[in-house]
Design a protein around this ligand. Sequence first.
Ligand code: AMP
Length: 397
Amino acid sequence: MKILVINAGSSSIKFQLFEMPAGTIAAKGMVERIGQADAQLHYSANTHQICRSVQAADHQQAMKAILAILTDAQAGAVKDAAEIQAVGHRVVHGGEEFTGSVKINDAVLKSIERFADLAPLHNPPNLTGIQAARQALPNAVQVACFDTAFHATIPQTAYLYGLPYEIYEKYRVRRYGFHGTSHRYVARRAAELMGRDKYALNAITCHLGNGCSITAVKNGRSVDTSMGLTPLEGVIMGTRCGDLDPAIVFYLADKGYTVAQLNEMFNKKSGLLGISGVSNDMRNLTEQAAKGHPRAQLAIDIFCYRIKKYIGAYTAVLGTLDAVIFTGGIGENNAAIRRQILSDLPQLGIEVDAARNEAREPKERLISTDRSRVKVYVIPTNEEAAIAADTYRLVQS
Ligand code: AMP
């Protein structure tokens, strides 16, 4: 069965075509700069690598371009679009309603629209992607996989903020958490690598990309996570500030900053970029720090320090810790950052093996010493594969 996985952003649609249940990728690519005159299609399948301009004034046209290339006589991966029996969509916010992936119907679409209030940058383009796919593939089953769903098991003690309870009752202001598909995928993979049942693992999963979040996984289920009502909370990220004293908002408002300016500052101008004044990209920062740039080094130090603090806190939350897992662009590729985060943790039973940590292959590997009580893994995330697997399961059911 062919399953198309779609990740629709405001100006791009990423896609992967899976052959299920094998999970092999038949084709993948993206359309970027949707809405602009110079929209581009990137595509690869078998020996074909294509990069060309396409007409994509909106998501509907981008989806048409994707189906055209997938069914192309030379480069295509299917003869007829009807071979694509299902489409799995990444949806960022599922509110409190969605605790797992679901088949999409009109009621589900309405809920995704309602939760756009909580994820104004993400849910509207996700919704547009779904509508475009429904139009282009009217006979395919459409499935929504939510970034928040894995965190539905977080207990109230961990998801409620210390605000008046009515604020939760009235507005559903609480911790939701994000990157759930990634945290779930790497936690399940670690259980497999350790030869354990997926519900018999206590782990701390560190998704460190441009956005970063840390999750405490107890008996295979998320019990706490660093991102909150929005992806702004938690550790510092490429451009997001992470945890703050909320009084900073009032203090800066008194200094004349508007809500819009603070929103922009906290989301786009803070974190690694804001502290270093150099870049939001960890590769640039490590380069600059090596050349002696003090604030590039400071940004790296704060980044690692905050993550270490979460690992300490979540170790206490879990009681016993079996594994720490690194994933995401930084987590998978930056050995120095992993080393710094996990330095001097003998009291937690974590000991990184320098050579295993530095080795680049295999991508998925154990990096702790043989005597480390807690196993440490690098596991490349694969949200698309997890979405394809959920979609396949729902189509079968
Ligand atoms: P992501 O959002 O998962 O794509 O991750 C983006 C972050 O990962 C950026 O800070 C990059 O600098 C970092 N990153 C991606 N690839 C590498 C690499 N090969 N080596 C070091 N850092 C990387």
